[in-house]
Design a protein around this ligand. Structure first.
Ligand code: HCB
Length: 221
């Protein structure tokens, strides 16, 4: 428990333990921290405020040369194990049921998929039907899945400045295929912003998975 005691600092201690476990790059530490937080924090809270902040810290340390790529890969694997351990505990809601089919993927050339997968899981928990087309997904995979499922929304993730234009390319392809009026487009990922979303004609930008759920509800329900 933190110095001041009480719920807020107790939660902060749990967040820190979760975050530190990801920074340790060790799967067993992440699983132990998740186990300790279970029942005290909700599954989305553990993922968004604990594990994800650890992953951001790993990113900063990588940028500063304090961690190297193999560490980042291990931290990513450890974080994914923590997220997987919580999958069955995501709150189930039927709010979005029958209201929205969402195709979600990471653009071609980009292998980052932890955040995108969290978004898919949270959207599913909210009751939306989600088709996750994975990472490094060619533009036509987005288009074909939209056609096949008659989707209402497309979520396009990009984690690198070099792959960010892929979001624009997906929108352009939707236009070319005459699908743009039928589907909403949500963009996300670290280099994306609200102004980028506006610039490329997306319907919304979501900073994290909770916001992605809220934006999907706003646009589809
Ligand atoms: Co990677 N990587 N990486 N990486 N990586 C970044 C993204 C850098 C920013 C790190 C840095 O240099 N500071 C950088 C990109 C720089 C740039 O912009 N140009 C980078 C680089 C350069 C690379 C490689 C090129 C490294 C190399 O090989 N030399 C290579 C990429 C190869 C490729 O894609 N072709 C690479 C590889 C890797 C892995 C494999 C080691 C690993 C990915 C594992 C995986 O995803 N399965 C990895 C990781 C983990 C990172 C960092 C450290 C963390 C990303 C992450 O998972 N964050 C990242 C640094 C950073 O982002 N701060 C670094 C945690 C999740 C929960 O957050 O932002 O992904 P998120 O998702 C949020 C949010 O954005 C939003 O909701 C999510 C949940 O809250 N959201 C959406 C995301 N998508 C959405 C879609 C929607 O529709 C709505 C909301």
């Amino acid at each position: 428990m933190g110095l001041k005691g009480g719920y807020i600092t107790a939660n902060e201690d749990l967040y820190k333990e979760l975050s530190d476990a990801v920074v340790s790059c060790k799967e067993d530490e992440v699983l132990a921290a998740v186990e300790n937080a279970r029942g005290k924090l909700s599954a989305p809270d553990i993922i968004e405020n604990g594990l994800s902040s650890g992953m951001n810290e790993v990113g900063i340390m990588f940028e500063r040369g304090k961690l190297f790529l193999p560490h980042v890969m291990m931290a990513a694997g450890a974080m994914q194990a923590g997220v997987d351990a919580l999958k069955d505990e995501m709150p189930a809601s039927t709010e979005g049921k029958g209201k929205g089919i969402i195709v979600n993927g990471t653009v071609e050339g980009d292998v980052h998929d932890i955040g995108k997968s969290i978004v898919s899981t949270m959207l599913q928990s909210a009751g939306f039907v989600v088709y996750d087309i994975g990472r490094d997904a060619p533009i036509m995979d987005f288009i074909n899945k939209v056609k096949e499922t008659n989707a209402d929304m497309v979520g396009v993730s990009a984690l690198m400045t070099t792959t960010l234009p892929g979001q624009k390319d997906v929108i352009a392809a939707l236009e070319e295929e005459g699908l743009r009026d039928k589907v909403k487009v949500m963009v996300g990922g670290a280099p994306a912003t609200t102004s980028w979303a506006k610039k490329i004609g997306a319907d919304c930008y979501a900073e994290n998975a909770s916001e992605a759920v809220n934006k999907a509800k706003e646009l589809l329900l």
